[in-house]
Ligand binder design. Structure first.
Ligand SMILES: Cc1cc2nc3c(=O)[nH]c(=O)nc-3n(C[C@H](O)[C@H](O)[C@H](O)COP(=O)(O)OP(=O)(O)OC[C@H]3O[C@@H](n4cnc5c(N)ncnc54)[C@H](O)[C@@H]3O)c2cc1C
Length: 385
């Protein structure tokens, strides 16, 4: 039986909600289970590049996203005092879709959740999968609330610590600490922050992404001990110390940090699962299959693209389910592997600047090559999927 009529989507993040909305719009019965009891999404904001915006356009929510977020078409690289090193105008987008729109994670999730519900997907919160039993023609699932159900396909978009990935490949492929972590906090947007920007420092990088006319988020990437999570510690103090070398708007934001600041720390733990990303009728996408250093701001974008291509291939109605899932895996792998390599190398390069002399050498290199380098990546990521 090759027809896909009922799909279980595990995980209600960007990937899962996008998959649910696309599949449900095409007439598939979709149930989404989300482990969290509510959509109180941690994290601060997401820059969504044109390739992600095209997927959201196919869901009819492009306008809402553009109205909610902050549209920009370029990025700047500065030195720690916010003196310009390089400007890059993105080669992303077209007449309909801008290069980038950044918005709060919570707002993006609200928009995608509403799109999935409008399309008819059922969302069940506070539920996980307890057991998966695969038959030739279906996947039988026992849920954490004891209920059982049967589906034509199980699509795991359950994030970096995916249990669906564990089911498929065990612990063979797991995210490993890169030795780096990202600190983030929301802050008022100074009028001259009009796009994403990086302040390249010595042994760390700080930056900003505008999220609306009023707010932006400040991020900071540096080496941190594997396993560090800073829970229960004075995060405001730790974040302030880490920002000490930076100028521009940074000292004012650092001075405003206190125990009520909503500081988010995430370790950076890249993962690139070799394809195929499925077995039988169980398939994964998004962070479950690949997790990147955040430098190209393509993680959620690749999750949205995975969802789009998965829905297109499984509903294509030609060939066996296995052939269609193989097509999905093979189409997605090279593009995600490119993002994995490019962003990972960028992170290692920038985090390897450990002295004023190395910063000077990096300044010269970035002035000469940064825009061309990012432009080459833009051309690849702007191509049709
Ligand atoms: C510092 C930082 C900055 C970033 N900036 C950007 C950016 O600007 N732009 C961008 O595109 N990407 C960015 N990313 C990457 C982006 O956050 C992720 O790639 C994206 O959220 C992945 O989406 P997903 O749907 O695959 O997974 P997730 O967003 O992690 O969603 C997975 C969902 O599944 C749920 N879940 C987990 N396990 C289960 C289970 N067993 N059962 C049911 N539900 C489960 C989780 O609760 C979660 O809601 C950034 C990442 C970091 C760390």
């Amino acid at each position: 039986m090759n027809e896909i009529r009922r799909v279980l989507v595990v995980g209600g993040g960007v990937g899962g909600l996008t998959a649910a909305a696309i599949l449900a719009r095409r007439g598939t019965e979709v149930i989404v289970i989300e482990r969290r009891p509510a959509f109180d999404i941690p994290g601060v904001g997401l820059g969504q590049p044109a390739n992600a915006l095209r997927v959201y356009d196919s869901l009819g929510v492009l306008e809402e996203i553009l109205e909610t977020g902050f549209v920009y078409d370029r990025m700047h690289i500065f030195d720690p005092s916010r003196k310009l090193i390089a400007e890059h105008k993105f080669l992303l987008g077209d007449d309909r879709v801008p290069a980038f729109c950044a918005l709060s994670r919570l707002q993006l999730h609200k928009i995608l959740l509403a799109a999935a519900e409008r399309a008819g997907a059922q969302i069940r919160l506070g539920v996980e999968v307890s057991e998966i039993h695969e038959d030739r023609d279906c996947v039988d699932v026992t849920f954490s609330n004891g209920q059982r159900d049967s589906f034509d396909l199980l699509a795991g978009f359950d994030g970096i610590r995916s249990t669906t990935r564990l089911h498929l490949v065990g612990t063979a492929f797991a995210p490993r600490p890169s030795g780096y972590g990202a600190w983030r906090v929301q802050a008022p947007r100074p009028a001259d922050v009009r796009g994403m920007e990086f302040l390249q420092g010595v042994s760390s990088k700080t930056g900003a992404m505008p999220l609306s006319n009023d707010i932006m988020y400040l991020f900071h990437i540096r080496s941190e001990a594997a396993g560090a999570n800073f829970a229960g510690q004075d995060q405001a103090k730790l974040f302030k110390e880490r920002l000490a070398q930076y100028g521009g708007y940074v000292p004012e934001i650092a001075a405003s940090l206190n125990s009520s600041s909503d500081i988010v720390y995430s370790p950076i733990e890249p993962l690139m699962l070799p394809w195929p990303w499925f077995r039988g009728r169980v398939v994964i996408g998004g962070d479950a299959a690949h997790t990147f250093a955040p430098h190209l701001t393509q993680g959620a974008a690749m999750a949205a693209e995975d969802a789009f291509v998965l829905a297109r291939e499984v509903l294509a109605d030609d060939g066996s389910v296995e052939a269609r899932l193989m097509r999905y895996s093979m189409k997605r792998y090279p593009r995600c592997a490119f993002v994995y390599t490019f962003s990972g190398q960028w992170m290692h390069d920038e985090q390897s600047i450990h002295s004023a002399e190395e910063l000077e050498a990096a300044r010269a290199e970035l002035t000469l090559n940064a825009s061309a380098r990012i432009g080459a990546s833009d051309r690849i990521l702007n191509a049709a999927i």
